[in-house]
Design a protein around this ligand. Structure first.
Ligand SMILES: C[S@@+](CC[C@H](N)C(=O)[O-])C[C@H]1O[C@@H](n2cnc3c(N)ncnc32)[C@H](O)[C@@H]1O
Length: 387
């Protein structure tokens, strides 16, 4: 495998995040080939996959295309997979994990094709070098993804291994935490770049605040990860990786921010967890944490950003009390946040209308399987726009 050869790279993400992911990929200097619900395709080398893994905030996995082919049966699948020079990619000492997504006329279960792919890979390695890797479900070694749709199939090297949306800073999750990639997407949707104050009441375990701080400092999202799928393939070059990592780290902002990041929660345990998580992420010195009711949050004068992700009843809290809280959020926005741009991240329309403000924009995201909206409110000074 030539590590400089340009191939299609499929970068997967949560539904609702593809536009933010595409913007991130473009900002790294890569061209977008296509975008789909839950993925973006670019065309670069295996070396570039390392950069994508290290930097991307809204992605799940970075998949480097090894082969695409017509495929009408599991026999054809085995034959085609056997044509990839796996002995040049995977050492018998490595652990192999195969992930498959299958949608064909004849097979409605991915288990059998998954086994066929695994067999084709280990059989070829055994034949070529007389030894074979072990395989299992663990994604800490070499990971290979099969997509088989109708009569077409694609086999990718999963250069991420474990999803890169797991940043490794959330040692204390607290209640209903947002996935880090979703939190990053929400912060990106607000346009925040560190040049304005950002206020995050109801911060829970601090995911939005930590992602905001990482964005403001231009710190790579993968900075805390030591393991990636790309490190386990034979062609991995540690020198290139170290050099790339150092260059990216050097480009991060140093010191403190001029503007403030304020994160509060009524629950002292949430703030304790948020502080610990921020410390692990190396951004605790940038965030002012406080235990208080959201309405008592300190809002600096000016025209910053305020984002609230309240409970929305499906997983936590009771509807009646929540309706009162949403009305109070509307009052907080009108009375304490004039001049700001306000955002509400919510998965329940019945509750979000209780805020009593007219949203200027509605952006769709998914929190797990729950369809959510990020609602934007222009909180003009002296004006009280009601719904
Ligand atoms: C959905 S969770 C936020 C999760 C957060 N985005 C994260 O990623 O961890 C909502 C948070 O609102 C807090 N909360 C509930 N009522 C509150 C109130 N009146 N004032 C401040 N915080 C409150 C809860 O303690 C909880 O941590």
């Amino acid at each position: 495998m030539n590590i400089k050869e340009r191939k299609n790279i499929l970068v997967t993400c949560g539904p609702g995040l593809k536009d933010y992911l595409a913007a991130e990929i473009e900002a790294l200097g890569f061209k977008i080939v296509s975008t789909h619900i839950g993925s973006v395709v670019t065309r670069r080398s295996f070396i570039d996959c390392m950069k994508l893994n290290y930097c991307l905030r809204t992605a799940y996995s970075v998949l480097y295309l090894l082969r695409e082919f017509r495929c009408g049966s599991t026999e054809a699948l085995y034959k085609q997979i056997s044509m990839v020079p796996w002995e040049k990619i995977i050492s018998p000492k490595e652990q192999l994990c195969v992930l498959s997504r299958v949608d064909t006329y004849t097979i409605n279960n991915s288990m059998y094709p998954n086994m066929k792919v695994k067999d084709a890979i280990v059989d070829r390695i055994q034949k070529k070098i007389g030894d074979r890797p072990n395989s299992g479900k663990d994604r800490d070694g070499v990971v290979v993804n099969l997509f088989w749709k109708k009569d077409k199939a694609w086999i990718y090297l999963n250069t991420s291994g474990q999803k890169i949306s797991d940043r490794n800073y959330r040692k204390m999750p607290h209640k209903a935490p947002l996935r880090e990639s979703l939190a990053a997407g929400i912060i990106m949707a607000t346009g925040y770049d560190g040049s304005q104050d950002i206020v995050l009441p109801m911060c829970g375990s601090g995911t939005l605040a930590i992602e905001a701080a990482l964005i403001a400092m231009n710190k790579p999202a993968g900075g805390l990860r030591s393991n990636f799928g790309f490190k386990h393939v034979k062609v991995f070059d540690d020198q290139i990786w170290q050099q790339m990592r150092n260059d990216i780290r050097k480009a991060a902002r140093k010191g403190r921010l001029e503007k403030r990041i304020i994160a509060t929660d009524i629950d002292a345990r949430a703030i304790e967890a948020a502080k610990q998580n921020a410390k692990t992420a190396g951004v605790d010195h940038l965030i002012e944490f406080n235990v208080c009711d959201f309405a008592d949050t300190d809002v600096p004068e000016g025209n910053g950003i305020v984002v609230i992700n309240p409970e929305y009843g499906l997983r936590l809290g009771e509807l009646g009390q929540l309706e009162k809280d949403y009305k109070r959020i509307g009052d907080f926005y009108k009375n304490k946040c004039a001049g700001y741009t306000g955002y509400l991240f919510c998965g329940n329309k019945q509750l979000s209308v209780k805020i009593g403000l007219k949203a200027s924009r509605r952006m769709v995201f998914f929190n797990g399987k729950i369809e959510c909206r990020l609602l934007k409110y222009e909180l003009y000074q002296g004006k009280k726009a009601t719904q």
